[in-house]
Design a protein around this ligand. Structure first.
Ligand SMILES: [Zn+2]
Length: 89
């Protein structure tokens, strides 16, 4: 069982969601890790983020797959999750 939330964890100390949280938490405490940029696709009409990707190729593939017009969406390049969390520009 998961030591954090008690969910079944298939023998691991933590279930996958908690393991990920723990990983990101410790990365945060190590200082200012360099993250690869992330790309958030925002639907302009509703101003709603609909997907996030790690690279531009995935964004292009997603837009093609969802048949979304490039001018119907805004792709926000986020170079640091920490900056976005604190609202810095
Ligand atoms: Zn858990």
């Amino acid at each position: 069982m998961c030591t954090s939330c008690g969910a079944p964890s298939q023998g691991a100390a933590r279930c996958p969601p908690c393991a990920e949280k723990s990983y990101h938490g410790s990365a945060h405490f190590r200082g200012w890790p360099v993250y690869p940029p992330s790309y958030t696709v925002v639907l302009i009409e509703t101003d709603e983020p609909i997907a996030t990707f790690d690279d531009e190729m995935e964004v292009a593939a997603y837009l093609a797959f969802e048949k979304l017009d490039r001018d119907k969406v805004e792709v926000i390049v986020d170079r640091s999750p920490i900056q976005s969390m604190t609202g810095w520009e």
